[in-house]
Design a protein around this ligand. Structure first.
Ligand SMILES: N[C@@]1(C(=O)O)CC2(CC2)[C@H]2[C@H](C(=O)O)[C@H]21
Length: 494
């Protein structure tokens, strides 16, 4: 199905009897007046394709909605709440749009049909960033449109007095804060500093950490906030603040990925290899960006990532995508140009411009560098949760048919939300999917240590344990800064 654009709004569209909306940060935030910036390969394109892949899989599964096909209408948020809000208006436009064509008759006497009518969606998958999900949730709830995020972890989104149509297949950061405190206690650290990004994710996450820490008699030394607009001097000041509390060797880091990079870049400038033990939340996770040029400053770090399992079949699907055939994703060619560093623009003049390498479409995703994006499973689970809820609703309201019956022509959002809150299934990839009364999923985290592999001598994230209500760490796998296995101390001197 070709992509559809209304006005300047682009979407990836699959036709179907029931349409699911989707929101993905296909592009990073733009700079200055530009709402959208660079293409976002992992958290944008790969996640969007994960939703398309899951819908294909469900439509080929005769056990779920056997007589009904699911379609999709996916939009780019540009990782920006305001932009996402504009795109999300497309999801609810159909609620207003009731073009009466009965007065229009074609020259041959047939009934006129609207060339384009906005597609009504039944549920929305997304967004990624909590700030985006919050703004979109404020709009969708007015139209009783359930929303299932695959990545937004801010604890605020558990508040059903504000976000009553918001659910998620990921846990709230209150659980991540508890996991971080359990790690601090595991090593008998009683005096730590904290660094957090300004904004919903960082501020909310570190507040919960500090609340949990104080309850366990852990003292906070420096409590540093990174403003939204930060420069190198911001991070230099952060390092100086940390150095004023030398006994607090451990630093709890609840920051956006850009700030994690800024922090380690500054630590490198101060030549602080091994001075601090960074203990970081999922934004840092197992991302390459913060540590790529900061091996010594980053070594010994302990980081959390939401526990997920790669979806093998999606891996094959994604690797075999090609811009010549993958036309349902209108951003795929731009992605292809970025990851292959080539230009897709057809060569309109006789001589190819010397310094541009044109894409051929024969380029292949390099297997060794591609690691499945960490939230693919949560997208897979979100789409299945919506489909299974629709299947149960269809069997309940339309018992004599596998098709849509009149009772499901205009799906009541409140009724659908009840079906959604009651789904409970295993996704065949190690996850049991269910929602609590707040629409939150169970909390499972993988704990990693950034270390220099003793055999290969390469730096890497090594899994050292897991947290699911309680912490389970293998101390023998940890390599602290400087290659030592001696646990650093971080406590008050007085
Ligand atoms: N959990 C997040 C959030 O905003 O709620 C924190 C994050 C900034 C790092 C983004 C992660 C992601 O998109 O995988 C979201």
């Amino acid at each position: 199905m070709p992509n559809r654009t209304t006005k300047s709004i682009k979407s990836a569209f699959i036709a179907g009897d029931i349409i699911l909306g989707g929101l993905f940060p296909v592009h990073h935030k733009g700079v200055g007046e530009q709402p959208c910036g660079e293409i976002n390969p992992d958290r944008g394109i790969e996640r969007l394709e994960a939703m398309l892949f899951t819908i294909d899989e469900i439509n080929n599964n005769n056990n779920i909605l056997p007589g009904i096909t699911i379609g999709a209408s996916l939009y780019d948020t540009c990782a920006r709440g305001t932009y996402a809000l504009e795109q999300s208006l497309e999801f609810i436009r159909a609620s207003f749009y009731s073009l009466d064509t009965s007065e229009f008759v074609c020259s041959d006497g047939s009934q006129a049909k609207a060339k384009f009518s906005p597609t009504k969606v039944t549920g929305v998958v997304g967004g990624s960033y909590s700030t985006v999900s919050m703004q979109v949730a404020n709009l969708l709830r007015l139209f009783k449109l359930p929303q299932v995020s695959y990545a937004s972890t801010s604890a605020s989104l558990s508040d059903k007095t504000r976000y009553d149509y918001f659910l998620r297949t990921v846990p709230p950061d209150t659980l991540q804060a508890r996991a971080l405190v359990d790690i601090v206690q595991e090593f008998n650290w009683t005096y730590v500093s904290t660094v957090s990004s300004e904004g919903e994710y960082g501020s909310s996450g570190i507040d919960y950490f500090q609340r949990e820490a104080r309850a366990k008699n852990i003292c906070i030394a420096a409590n540093v906030k990174i403003p939204a607009k930060s420069t190198n001097s911001t991070f230099d000041r952060t390092i100086r603040d940390l150095l004023e509390k030398p006994e607090a060797k451990v630093v709890i880091v609840f920051v956006r990925i850009e700030d994690a990079k800024g922090l380690l870049d500054a630590a490198t400038r101060f030549n602080l290899s091994g001075k601090h033990v960074w203990v970081a939340s999922d934004a840092w996770g197992r991302q390459d960006k913060p540590v790529k040029d900061n091996l010594l400053a980053g070594q010994g770090a302990i980081t959390l990532e939401l526990q997920s399992t790669p979806i093998k079949t999606f891996e094959n699907y994604f690797r075999n995508l090609n811009p010549r055939t993958n036309i349902r994703n209108p951003w795929f060619r731009e992605y292809w140009e970025a990851v292959n560093k080539c230009s897709w623009r057809e060569n309109t003049n006789k001589h190819a411009t010397r310094n541009i390498r044109y894409c051929t479409g024969a380029e292949k995703l390099n297997r060794k560098i591609h690691q499945q994006e960490g939230k693919v499973q949560f997208i897979y689970d979100a789409v299945y949760a919506l489909a299974i809820a629709l299947d149960k609703m269809q069997r309940s309201l339309c018992p004599n048919t596998t098709k849509l019956c009149p009772e499901m022509e205009r799906i009541d959002g409140e009724h659908f939300k009840d079906f959604l809150l009651n789904v409970s299934f295993n996704d065949n990839y190690g996850a049991h999917v269910q929602f609590d009364k707040n629409g939150d999923a169970l909390g499972r985290y993988t704990i990693m240590n950034y270390q220099r592999n003793r055999t290969t001598r390469h730096y890497e994230y090594q899994e050292i344990g897991r947290w699911s209500k309680t912490l389970n760490l293998d101390h023998s796998k940890i390599i602290w800064a400087g290659g030592t296995d001696k646990i650093p101390t971080s406590r008050c001197s007085e």
